[in-house]
Design a protein around this ligand. Sequence first.
Ligand code: UDP
Length: 238
Amino acid sequence: MATIKYRRILLKLSGEALAGEQGYGIDPDVISGIASEIKEVIGLGVEIAVVIGGGNIFRGLAASSKGMDRASADYMGMLATVMNSLAMQDALEKQGVVTRVQSAIDMQQIAEPYIRRRAVRHLEKGRVVIFSAGTGNPYFTTDTAASLRAMEINAEVILKATKVDGIYSADPKKDKNAVKLPTLTYLEVLQKGLQVMDATATSLCMDNDLPMIIFDMTHRGNIKKVVLGDKIGTIVMG
Ligand code: UDP
């Protein structure tokens, strides 16, 4: 039997990961595909927490650049992450996976409030915990929320799902000599200004020695591969 490398993980999905071909909103087939991958990994006995972005619905920065008050726009962005989280909960529960959505902004009719100890208890019981509403603060991102929550629940790694199979030395679409970098340090990510995770999230991981793995979510089975220790994507560590 394959050995499991990571027993508690935090999976970070961008809002766009749920959007499919059309690039906005939520594609039912895409979200159900992601749910079945999560189900498979839960079946291995791995504990999974999820943070989902909101960029497929609303981004605070984009709205504020068109004149909207930044804090209000960011609160709208956080609400978008709650919508995505409820959609993911629905997709998971349709496949028989027990989930809890917790929200950093109180909205008790639709989500539990974020309570760290309760979240950990859910994980121990094999439930998927979806952390919604980011950090609950404007001017932050869901990447930072993912780092923060990962630390709080003692996750062993953050898996950042993207549409590319890792970090490259240059843009592979523009430079045919670009090579994939299997390992990077946090400092390299920060110094080179690589847009894999925002700087706040990266420095939080650096200060607390939490590895991040950037991997391609468009290939089915990749979450499982990472959990089993297959060297796919790029690992960022100290
Ligand atoms: N957001 C915020 N505080 C947080 C997390 C998110 O204000 O702690 C807002 C922000 O406006 C952001 C939006 O929510 O643009 C959606 O999150 P994000 O851009 O991180 O989503 P992703 O790019 O992962 O889809």
